[in-house]
Design a binder for this molecule. Structure first.
Ligand SMILES: Nc1ncnc2c1ncn2[C@@H]1O[C@H](COP(=O)(O)OP(=O)(O)OP(=O)(O)O)[C@@H](O)[C@H]1O
Ligand SMILES: [Mg+2]
Length: 351
């Protein structure tokens, strides 16, 4: 460090600068020494192996020797340093083999990236927690839906059926045409109510899913959808089945259900096509409409404001299935939602 202008630049640099020779620090600027909580004088002459945590000594010495020996000229990596308070600091270093005072040395530049590494770790951790929470919420939601579906079907459905029987008795026993007319109206209303209850209970907990399998449940749902909407609906192939554990078929069904609900609510489409395809290892379920479409990216911000959960929940379920959800959409070009997921070995009988 004889050259005075360079010395000033090196010493004031916001990047850490160091020289290693004979496995010892021969020079560090204040920034580099400060990363480990020392002044430059304190680091001067310190052995390299004492400046890294025990688990990292072998690795750092190996890297040092490979450069000193000339095997590699320079290396760029994140090293682990030992702070004087005992904590580990992460330093992104770029060190090169050079001659210093006529002998081989490693001269390098380092930037403290501990904050960034900690933030990355925290982000990863919170993403993990978020996924766990989403998955637990889905399980709870399904349990609750199953309970409500049973209540609605058994209690409400049962009551309505008894009422329908009673209305029938009234109609049979009355001689008054007026009363019989009222009873007939009531009967029609009750038939409609019973249908609605069945439909509600079915959408909360698709019985077809348990009894007939995923393919049949999708076909049945699509049939009801066709009857209610003005849309042209197609299913390719018209019949299929795939043996998945119960929680997985529920997840696939919910994704399908939400995609179809979105078509009905937002797409203003004239047709919707559902396609299923599989190999031995994976399957694809595609729901495509020819409606108004939307900006998938720009809408991400709007969604957060409106707190719409459909797309988020579809993505989470796809993730739980170990798969991915792709949404292709653009204004005036319709929307295509594709679920792709692996077929994981499942028990022969659904529980
Ligand atoms: N098939 C589609 N065609 C056109 N726009 C769509 C389609 N699917 C989704 N969108 C747009 O994406 C937005 C977000 O959909 P998402 O399902 O997340 O929310 P939502 O349906 O509005 O509310 P919910 O939380 O009840 O599902 C919708 O509001 C709509 O603007
Ligand atoms: Mg929706």
């Amino acid at each position: 460090m004889q050259s005075v202008p360079f010395r000033g630049i090196v010493e004031q640099s916001v990047a850490g600068i160091y020289i290693l020779q004979d496995e010892h620090f021969q020079y560090t600027n204040a920034t580099f020494a400060g990363m480990a909580g020392y002044s430059n004088d304190e680091v001067l002459g310190k052995p390299l192996r004492e400046c890294v945590p025990g688990y990292y000594v072998a690795e750092v010495m190996d890297r040092y020797k490979r450069r000193i020996s000339g095997e590699v000229k320079s290396m760029h990596f994140v090293t682990h340093g030992l702070h004087r308070d005992g904590n580990v600091v992460h330093i992104d270093v770029h060190g090169q083999a050079m001659q210093f005072r006529g002998r081989p040395a490693v001269v390098g530049v380092g930037v403290n990236v501990s904050g960034q590494i900690q933030r990355d770790a925290e982000l990863l951790e919170s993403r993990h927690e978020y996924r766990e929470l989403a998955s637990r919420l889905n399980t709870m939601r399904e349990q609750q839906r199953a309970e409500y579906a049973r209540e609605v079907h058994d209690v409400l459905g049962g009551l309505l059926t008894s009422m329908k029987l009673d209305v029938g008795r009234i109609a049979r026993r009355s001689r008054s045409t007026a009363v019989r007319g009222i009873a007939a109206d009531l009967n029609a209303l009750l038939v409609e109510a019973i249908d609605n209850v069945r439909e509600l209970s079915e959408s909360m907990r698709p019985q077809a899913l348990d009894h007939l399998g995923l393919g049949a449940a999708i076909a049945a749902h699509l049939k009801r959808f066709r009857e209610r909407s003005e849309l042209r609906v197609s299913l390719q192939p018209p019949e299929f089945d795939i043996d998945l554990p119960r929680w997985r078929s529920i997840a696939v069904f919910r994704i399908f259900q939400e995609a179809l609900t979105n078509v009905a609510r937002h797409a203003r489409a004239s047709s919707v096509a559902v396609r299923f395809r599989r190999t031995d290892a994976a399957f694809w379920l595609e729901i495509e409409d020819d409606g108004v479409g939307f900006h998938t990216r720009a809408d991400a911000g709007l969604q957060a404001q409106r707190q719409s959960m459909g797309l988020i929940s579809m993505r989470e379920r796809a993730y739980e299935l170990g798969g991915t959800l792709t949404i292709d959409s653009a204004p005036h070009f319709g929307t295509r939602v594709v679920l792709q997921a692996p077929i994981v070995a499942s028990p022969l009988v659904r529980s």
